[in-house]
Ligand binder design. Structure first.
Ligand code: MTE
Ligand code: MO
Length: 554
């Protein structure tokens, strides 16, 4: 393993520049403040002009139909939910810090970010790779924290998301299998005016008479809980899925439901803000409306005022904190284990449902991004520089390995084999995206020419360029992915010869995968039986050094 030093000793993970920064476009500050304050102002206006509205008394409890108390499955689901939301939030922040900017447009042009979590404006006087832009997050906050730890952060995020979603689905199924759904689901419109009446009370510092939450919630509480379970959580899941290259490049309508891929990413973040905006008053009200009794409800399932629920609840929360320490330790002590757990648990699902989606979305020239973030480390070898000096006229792509007909091809020979054009949306693992036109040789055509042997299952792409931690950059595609219609070796970008910064002479485009699979500055293509015999054996340079997943559809 190449990078397992203590993160503090590693200048990538523990950079000198650990400044924090936050900048929001003024219009969004204004919109945010208006959305938060307008209801409060209205509430005060109503209170001062016409007085406090009446909060209708809670209907009588009917033991024949109304839910009573909190059965163990609700209490457990509530705790499991807290546990995974903490992991999701912390790993999400580590992911966000890897491209600490949010946009509404797919293009991600510097300066168009509506919010950024970095003090840096993108320099224009020198090459600024997307990886130069990653920010440091304290490991007290991020999972795993430090800088550019997105490989591990994502494993935590997706594993947590999976179990969190499973927990949520079981919870909702049981709500409807029992009468507990009546606590949450509003059934008549009256609830909105009742909820407003409660809101006017709270925001003018009046406490209405609270129903006993053991049997029933007040109207505002019910709407808030309903909103979190049935609106906010689905938004998180659905916008999360809209970040997937295989979904977006297969079904272009899907990300447009959210206004595009970057809007989906922004909304995914705003959903996190939504949980926080819920959590603060939620916990506040738990404390203010009878802390011990409320804790007994949700921890013990009893309706008394003893202290046991509070104590046990605190112990459970300490358990969550302890697990956070353990998770950070595990990330640095056994990163490979985390990488392979992800592969084992979610790999089969990913391969079955996402990897099989064949990209086919085509954008037009008018959609091409005015700016495309570059990424990677430019080759520094004399060999590549000499080839570049002569516009790659002497370049020969070597195609080797388990094939009947190994070949060496010049760019001119590749062009003669027939050019395929595609205009597609690129998704970097870090979160940015961009649309470009690509022209090149379909891998299917190359495969037809070299005739892989039956035992060839994986195609390796070797670069002239180095990896982030040294050593040659390379990555792999399974043969079925290489055979996809939109898998090409591109020598043109936006109808011009591929620029050096973007991978000249040749780069891979595999549109149902994340950007890191798309090797730039390609030197050699080799067919092998398994990626396990190449490099460290995990499928590519980033997979070896940064614990990225070998199949990268999300
Ligand atoms: N040789 C090499 N290829 C590489 C990389 C790299 O570091 N080295 N980075 C990858 C990543 S992470 C991305 S997102 C894309 C970026 O492509 P672009 O520079 O054309 O936007 O290139 C990929 N190909
Ligand atoms: Mo990337």
């Amino acid at each position: 393993m190449t990078i397992v030093e203590h993160p503090r000793a590693n200048p990538v993970h523990f950079p000198e520049d650990r400044r924090r920064g936050l900048a929001i476009k003024p219009i969004y500050v204004f919109l945010g403040l208006t959305a938060a304050l307008a209801p409060v102002v209205l509430a005060w206006a109503q209170y001062l002009l016409v007085g406090l509205p009446e909060v209708p008394p809670t209907p009588r409890f009917n033991p024949a139909v109304d839910p009573q108390g909190f059965p163990a499955w609700i209490r457990l689901a509530h705790f499991v939910n807290i546990f995974f939301l903490v992991l999701l939030t912390r790993s999400g922040l580590s992911i966000l810090a890897d491209h600490p900017r949010l946009y509404w447009s797919n293009h991600c042009t510097p300066g168009t970010d509506w919010i950024r979590f970095t003090p840096i404006t993108v320099p224009t006087d020198r090459v600024w790779m997307a990886k130069d832009d990653c920010r440091y997050v304290s490991p007290w906050i991020g999972l795993p924290g430090y800088r550019h730890t997105i490989g591990m952060g994502r494993h935590w995020h997706f594993l947590s998301a999976f179990f969190w979603l499973a927990n949520g689905l079981i919870f909702v199924a049981l709500l409807f299998a029992t009468n507990q759904w009546k606590r949450l689901v509003p059934v008549d419109l009256q609830i909105y005016s009742d909820a407003w009446a409660v809101f006017v009370h709270y925001s003018t510092f009046h406490m209405p008479v609270e129903p006993d939450g053991f049997y029933r919630y007040n109207a505002l509480q019910q709407l808030a809980y309903f909103g979190v379970v049935f609106v906010l959580a689905p938004i998180s899941v659905l916008t999360g899925l809209a970040l997937s290259p295989s979904i977006d490049n297969r079904y272009s309508w899907y990300p447009t439901l959210f206004g595009g891929r970057q809007s989906a990413r922004s909304i995914h973040f705003l959903a996190l803000c939504g949980y926080v905006a819920f959590l603060i008053p939620h916990v506040g009200m738990v404390v203010l409306t009878g802390l011990q009794q409320n804790m007994n409800h949700i921890v013990l399932g009893t309706d008394d005022t003893g202290a046991l629920g509070l104590w046990l609840g605190c112990v459970a929360l300490l358990g969550v904190v302890a697990f956070c320490f353990f998770a950070n330790w595990l990330s640095w002590a056994h990163p490979r284990w985390i990488q392979l757990s992800f592969r084992k648990v979610l790999g089969p699902l990913q391969r079955r449902y996402l990897n099989s989606l064949e990209s086919r979305v085509e954008y037009t020239d008018r959609d091409i991004s005015p700016f495309m973030w570059p990424n990677g480390v430019l080759p520094t070898t004399e060999e590549w520089k000499d080839l570049a000096a002569d516009s790659f006229k002497d370049f020969r792509l070597k195609v080797t390995g388990l094939v009947e007909n190994p070949v060496e091809l010049s760019l001119a020979e590749m062009r003669a084999l027939g050019q395929q054009d595609q205009t597609t949306l690129h998704h970097c693992i870090q979160g940015w995206s961009g649309i470009a036109h690509w022209g090149g040789l379909p891998l299917a055509k190359l495969i037809e020419i070299v005739r892989p042997l039956p035992e060839a299952k994986v195609v390796i792409f070797y670069s002239f360029g180095p990896g982030l931690y040294g050593g040659d950059y390379y990555d792999s595609l399974s043969l079925p992915n290489a055979l996809h219609h939109q898998s090409i070796l591109a020598y043109e970008m936006n109808h011009q010869p591929l620029p050096e910064l973007y991978g000249a002479p040749l780069r891979l485009r595999a549109e149902n995968q994340l950007g890191f699979k798309m090797v730039k500055w390609i030197r050699e293509v080799s067919f092998v039986a398994t990626e396990k015999t190449v490099g460290e054996g995990f499928g590519g340079k980033n997979e070896d050094d940064e614990y990225y997943p070998v199949v990268a559809n999300i």
